[in-house]
Design a protein. Structure first.
Lengths: 737, 232
């Protein structure tokens, strides 16, 4: 046995375990854990791996549906799309590492989510991301933005998985904690789904991929603590990615999974070898015994503690049928990957690790994977709400020149074109991308079928800050609206729930409320949650981020020929508004960008109205009735109309509209962010057909104008050349860099 | 016609190229693993885009040592048609099957976007379907497309009509602003003196189907197929 540190009270504390948790460990083991076991238990029971503060609150999320093949609990969720095919998808956060080391943090986030998808046997075909940075003029923002985008590009592009869309937001609340949420979707044949299970005692356990090094040790623990002045010292806990090895691993794993030899497979992500082995055993009700001398190592002298906790990237653990070791090994060797039989499945339920002939770990796998402590932490309504709710529009001076305000808004970083970002991502590889980044949702085709898949990711965290319940609901409603505008029927979501320190009652209240809002909306839209993750402790020196329940939603287009985009297509087309203008200013981008305020209640959301508007829009698209559909979101109807004019790949169009709202101030009408509104354009002779659909669905409909000319004209409030608006919008981000 | 699509470790447009020739143009197509030391009989080889060997060291630099490249050289000297796209072009440069080298983009960033190309030569097996001066819309997606070559070779390329595509603006003018990556004289694609090997940075396989909103890439594949018929 090596010289290992003695487990003392102090050491236990350093590992982030509380006294009660340590007592529980002693009780379960019937003894004190040794150093390696302490490391293993601390990481598996960390917030990041165990969901100990969130578990109870997540139970109410809808997770089932007719089309759902796999809900939460596996590496990713699976949804049936017919034709014998299914889609596999998940979103994960990589917030803490990306702040400390933006390029590698973001890159390995992408690597991790890709492995989650292909470990189920699916070929990854599209990625999205949701990025949140601090204020644009904060000294670290440009560095972080550059690094994160380059990291995502560097990894995703090399893998040949297109990054087809996403969102980037800037807000001072993320100055000390950026958010990097990454999503990947894969395609799979329904009868070829693999899971992370270690069935069959006696079956060999195979390690494949990169050698294990000393990087990323305690990454999961880092993600379970607040940041302080010393956080940059945590750089060694950030992993370093090698997308080339991952690409080989992807192709080799898919080839191996095409044989009949694989029993179960799981990637090594957070907590590496530890997490993958105990989860696979736990799910199958078995045990796993591993000999560390067989693990491929990057350097000599690594201790069991380091080997078990390393988060070196690009590694997978497989259980294969006994007697098939050679066939499996040969495939991995063809792809020049390190492969080694490191252990076997046992029937005693233990995770047993042997080093140099000595057993150094012996803990029931189930205890590690499933029986972490569970906390129902106290929650309390935050005090700031009583201040922000007092907001009154009367106190906001109305700007004189609405055209200038619109130009300013279009050039503001949260509304401006994100081309600078997505131009760095290969968004076309695999030749499936039918709607490129820049419309409400990305659309990919499914080769060999008539179908398409629409994807979007969304969250307005300002809404969630001002009213977490409503903010959660709106994240789902807007995602769904985005998909509908692309002609897709929403199927399911995956989420990344990003919050501050859950040990604080007001953070826990935000979490509880927004999860309830999310849940309520998912039930109404029939879009179950099939997976995701929770990221707490996004907090630095006591300053937490806005609650950010990011939603990625996936929808199905039955006939890809009938997909829809947001931009106007033809001069002379009628422009119609589905929904109504209510003029709410609370929580708007206008209020923040022009008046520097984050106040007020966010816009109301009536689910019945929302569903009616979406139903009408989708039906009209499916009937081939309309030419464009765009939802109104940040910046209100004025921004939405401007985007309809210039966001298309071909020429710009002008438009002249007359919109109404009950005696409303100009800025409320133009920039208010009332929910449940979609702008569509269509041939004049289809107007009656659209009216019929709207009447049947009880959807408010108003014909507001006509496409044409080269100016955007709204009532007598705005009259501005489209090219001027477009320039402001196109250059908004690039100019600031 | 029978196409072979070479698969290097890290190739990632191999499936796309295979899809286009096999399913869009209904030609025979096979993947060729880079460790093969013998080539079956093909009419045209495609070296696809991607990140062969992770672009480690230099794009294409390690790919040239793959066992299959010996056979590719023989195939080339026998007059077989070879199309290198993006990373495939980079491999052809590193292998000296085409002259010049690629540097990092001027912006030091990866660039993925649609842009315009001016067709400069129409008497090659890769461009015979077009006319000099034709404008094609095609996407690029690369980090290293900044084409460089010494002055003497550049002059030879011009004199021998080996420059097949240049980046241009939407009016067809070859301007500095239309140059996305800093490539010398806006060069986007070249061929060898014998005109049986072409390398290009833009991706024709990404714009050969109407559902993808652009079919300008068809010109390349249709030209090759036409040329193949003549060869037979």
């Amino acid at each position: 046995m090596r010289n290992e540190p003695r487990v003392t009270e102090e050491l236990v504390k350093e590992h982030g375990l509380t006294e009660e948790e340590y007592d529980k460990i002693k009780l379960i083991l019937g003894r004190d854990p040794n150093y390696t076991e302490l490391g293993i238990l601390s990481v598996m029971w960390s917030e990041h791996c165990s969901y100990k503060s969130s578990k109870v609150f997540l139970q109410d999320l809808p997770t089932e549906g007719e089309h759902i093949i796999q809900g939460p609990g596996e590496n990713a969720g699976i949804v049936d799309i017919g034709d014998g095919l299914a889609i596999v998808f998940k979103m994960e956060s990589h917030n803490h590492p990306s702040f400390i080391e933006p390029y590698q943090g973001a890159a390995t986030g992408v690597g991790g989510i890709l492995r989650d998808i292909f470990t189920m046997g699916a070929r990854p075909v599209a990625s999205l991301n949701s990025l949140r940075f601090g204020a644009f003029d904060h000294p670290k923002t440009r560095y972080l933005l550059n690094g994160v985008v380059a990291g995502i590009a560097g990894y995703g592009n090399c893998m040949g998985v297109p990054t087809v869309g996403g969102e980037v937001y800037f807000n001072a609340c993320y100055n000390g904690n950026i958010l990097v949420n990454v999503f990947t979707l894969g395609l799979i044949k329904k009868e070829k789904i693999f899971k992370g299970v270690a069935y069959g005692p006696g079956n060999p356990v195979i390690y494949v991929g990169s050698k294990t090094g000393r990087d990323g040790i305690h990454g999961a623990t880092m993600a379970s603590e607040e940041f302080d002045e010393k956080s940059s010292e945590r750089r060694p806990t950030v992993q370093v990615g090698d997308p080339f090895t991952e690409k080989l691993l992807l192709e080799a794993c898919l080839e191996v999974m095409d044989t009949d030899h694989v029993v179960g497979i799981q990637d090594m992500g957070a907590a590496g070898l530890t997490c993958s082995s105990c989860e696979m055993a736990s799910r199958a009700g078995t045990g796993i015994e591993m000999d560390l001398s067989m693990v491929p190592k990057r350097e000599e002298g690594m201790t069991p503690y380091e080997l078990m906790l390393s988060e070196s990237q690009e590694r997978m653990l497989l259980v294969v049928k006994k007697g098939r070791e050679r066939e499996v090994t040969e495939i991995f060797e063809k792809w020049d990957l390190d492969v080694s039989i490191v252990g076997k499945v046992t029937d005693d339920g233990m995770l047993r690790v042997i080093d140099d002939g000595v057993t150094v770990v012996e803990i029931p796998a189930k205890i590690l994977a499933e029986e972490s402590p569970v906390y129902i932490r106290p929650k309390e309504r935050p005090q700031y709400l009583s201040k922000t709710e007092k907001f009154s529009t009367d106190k906001i001076p109305e700007a004189g020149n609405h055209g200038e305000v619109l130009i300013k808004l279009l050039g503001s970083p949260n509304i401006a074109s994100q081309e600078w970002v997505y131009r760095q991502y290969d968004h076309m590889v695999r030749t499936n991308t039918v709607v490129l980044p820049g419309s409400d949702a990305a659309v990919i085709r499914v080769k060999g079928t008539k179908k398409g898949i629409a994807l979007t990711v969304d969250c307005n965290s300002r809404y969630a800050y001002l009213d977490p319940y409503l903010g959660g609901m709106i994240a789902v409603a807007e995602s769904s609206r985005n998909l509908v505008c692309s002609g897709a029927k929403p199927l399911a979501i995956t989420d990344c729930l990003n919050y501050g320190n859950p040990e604080k009652p007001d953070i826990m209240w935000q979490f509880d409320q927004s999860t309830k809002g999310l849940s309520e909306a998912c039930k109404r839209f029939n879009t179950p949650v099939v997976g995701g993750n929770v990221s707490f402790y996004n907090e630095t020196r006591g300053e937490g981020i806005h609650p950010t329940p990011t939603v990625a939603m996936v929808g199905l287009i039955t006939d890809i020929g009938l997909h829809m985009t947001q931009w106007f297509k033809r001069d002379g087309d009628q422009v119609v508004l589905l929904g109504k203008n209510c003029g709410e200013l609370g929580g708007t981008e206008y209020l923040a960008a022009i008046h520097g305020q984050e106040e007020g209640p966010p816009p109301r959301l009536e689910l019945d109205l929302e569903i009616s508007v979406q139903d009408t829009c989708l039906e009209a698209i499916q009937e081939g009735m309309i030419m464009s559909a765009h939802d109104c979101s940040e910046g209100g109807i004025a921004v939405a109309l401007a985007e309809c004019c210039f966001s298309g790949p071909k020429s710009c169009h002008g438009v002249a509209v007359n919109i109404s709202g009950d005696n409303m101030r100009g800025d409320c009408l133009l920039f208010g962010e009332s929910q449940s509104r979609i702008i569509v354009s269509l041939y004049e002779d289809r107007l009656d057909d659209l009216r019929k659909i709207a009447e049947r669905n009880n959807t408010p409909l108003s014909v507001i104008g006509r496409v044409g000319g080269d100016r955007l004209v709204i009532n007598d409030l705005i009259d501005c050349p489209v090219t001027r608006l477009e320039q402001a919008w196109r250059r908004g981000i690039e100019e600031r860099l | 016609m029978k196409f072979g699509v070479i698969v290097f470790p890290g190739s990632n447009c191999d499936h796309d190229c295979y899809h286009v020739v096999k399913h869009v143009f209904k030609q025979d197509a096979e993947f060729v693993w880079h460790k093969e030391s013998r080539l079956a009989s093909y009419d045209c080889l495609i070296l696809p885009g991607g990140f062969s060997y992770g672009d480690y060291l230099r794009p294409g630099a390690i790919g040239k040592f793959s066992p299959i490249m010996k056979e590719v050289r023989r195939f080339a000297s026998d007059g077989g048609l070879i199309l290198g796209i993006c990373n495939g072009f980079q491999v052809l440069l590193e292998t000296d099957l085409l002259p010049g080298a690629m540097m990092r983009n001027r912006s030091l960033k990866f660039i993925c976007k649609d842009l315009y190309l001016r067709l400069e030569e129409d008497d090659t097996p890769f461009t015979n379907r077009g006319r000099v001066g034709d404008m094609l819309k095609m996407p690029i997606a690369h980090f290293d497309g900044n084409y460089f070559v010494d002055d003497k070779t550049l002059q030879e390329l011009e004199e021998n009509h080996q420059i097949l595509f240049r980046y241009c603006d939407h009016n067809g003018d070859v301007t500095t602003d239309a140059n996305p990556n800093g490539a010398m004289r806006n060069i986007a694609g070249i061929c060898n003196r014998e005109r049986n090997i072409m390398g290009m940075m833009p991706h024709p396989e990404r714009c050969s189907e109407s559902i993808l909103g652009n079919e300008d890439g068809r010109l390349i594949f249709e030209s090759i197929i036409d040329a193949g018929v003549v060869l037979r």
